[in-house]
Design a protein around this ligand. Structure first.
Ligand SMILES: C[S@@+](CC[C@H](N)C(=O)[O-])C[C@H]1O[C@@H](n2cnc3c(N)ncnc32)[C@H](O)[C@@H]1O
Length: 207
C-alpha cells in the first residue's frame, strides 16, 4: 500500500506557507467552504473546548477564536510546517501540535467539540480516526466532519485510479451518505447532514 501519511505530510509541508493565500482547488478552496460553514454552524453555540483534527494552518480555529472568547482551542496536524504556520498566527487560547488523527494524544471525554475540515479523505485509518474522535469527546459532544467526495462511480474512480497516481496523499473519498454510515457505525447519532456544494458536505454526529 502507498504510504499516504508520508505523502500527505510532504504535500502539505510544501503547501503550508502559501495555503491560506492560494484559493485554488488544489489548495484552500474547499477548506474555506468547510471552515466558513462550521463557523456559521457553531455561531450561537457555547462550548469550552474544541479540537480541530487536520487543522492545517489554523484557519478555522482563527475564525472561531474571534467569536468564542472563553473557549480553549486545540489543533492537531500531520504536517509540521502547517503547525508552524498555525503557531505563527499566535491565536488566543490555542495550542497546536503535530500528530495523527488515529492516535489522538488527549484524555477520554476531554472535548465538547471535535471538528475535521477537508482532512478525512487523507486518512488511511478512517475508522480509527472516528473511534478516536468518539473517545476524546464528552458525552453529548459533537463531531463535525466536512469533506469532499461524490459517491458511486466517481468515488470508485478517485479511490482506485486517481488517488493511486496523485502524489498528494489523498487516500479515500466517500459521499455524505458514506460518512453518515461510518459515524453511525461508531455510535454517533447523526443530527445534521448537509451538502454545501455538489462535492462538499458536512455531517454532524452527537456522542
Ligand atoms: C486539505 S488540508 C485541510 C486543512 C484545514 N483543515 C482546512 O480545512 O483548510 C488537509 C490537512 O490534513 C492533514 N492530514 C492529513 N492526514 C492526516 C492525518 N492522518 N492526521 C492528521 N492530519 C492529517 C494535512 O497535513 C493537511 O494539513
Amino acid at each position: 500500500m502507498k504510504d499516504y501519511e508520508k505523502l500527505s505530510k510532504k504535500h502539505f509541508n510544501n503547501q503550508a506557507y502559501e495555503y491560506d493565500s492560494n484559493n485554488s482547488y488544489y489548495y484552500s478552496k474547499e477548506g474555506k467552504i468547510s471552515s466558513y460553514h462550521i463557523e456559521k454552524y457553531l455561531k450561537n453555540k457555547k462550548f469550552s473546548s474544541l479540537l480541530d483534527v487536520g487543522c492545517g494552518t489554523g484557519f478555522l480555529i482563527n475564525l472561531l477564536s474571534k467569536e468564542h472568547n472563553n473557549t480553549k482551542f486545540y489543533g492537531l496536524d500531520l504536517s509540521d510546517k502547517m503547525i508552524e504556520v498555525a503557531n505563527s498566527k499566535r491565536i488566543n487560547n490555542s495550542t497546536f501540535i503535530v500528530g495523527k488523527s488515529n492516535e489522538l494524544p488527549y484524555d477520554d471525554e476531554f472535548f465538547d467539540i471535535v471538528v475535521c475540515s477537508q482532512s478525512f479523505h487523507h486518512y488511511p485509518y478512517q475508522d480509527e480516526a472516528v473511534k478516536e474522535a468518539y473517545r476524546v469527546l464528552k458525552k453529548g459532544g459533537l463531531y463535525i466532519l466536512s469533506d469532499s467526495g461524490v459517491g458511486g462511480l466517481g468515488a470508485w474512480i478517485d479511490n482506485n485510479i486517481i488517488f493511486k497516481l496523485l502524489p498528494s496523499g489523498d487516500c479515500k473519498v466517500t459521499n455524505k451518505k458514506g460518512i453518515e454510515k461510518i459515524l453511525e457505525k461508531r455510535k454517533f447519532q447523526i443530527i445534521e447532514s448537509e451538502k454545501l456544494t455538489w462535492m462538499v458536505y458536512c455531517v454532524v454526529g452527537k456522542k
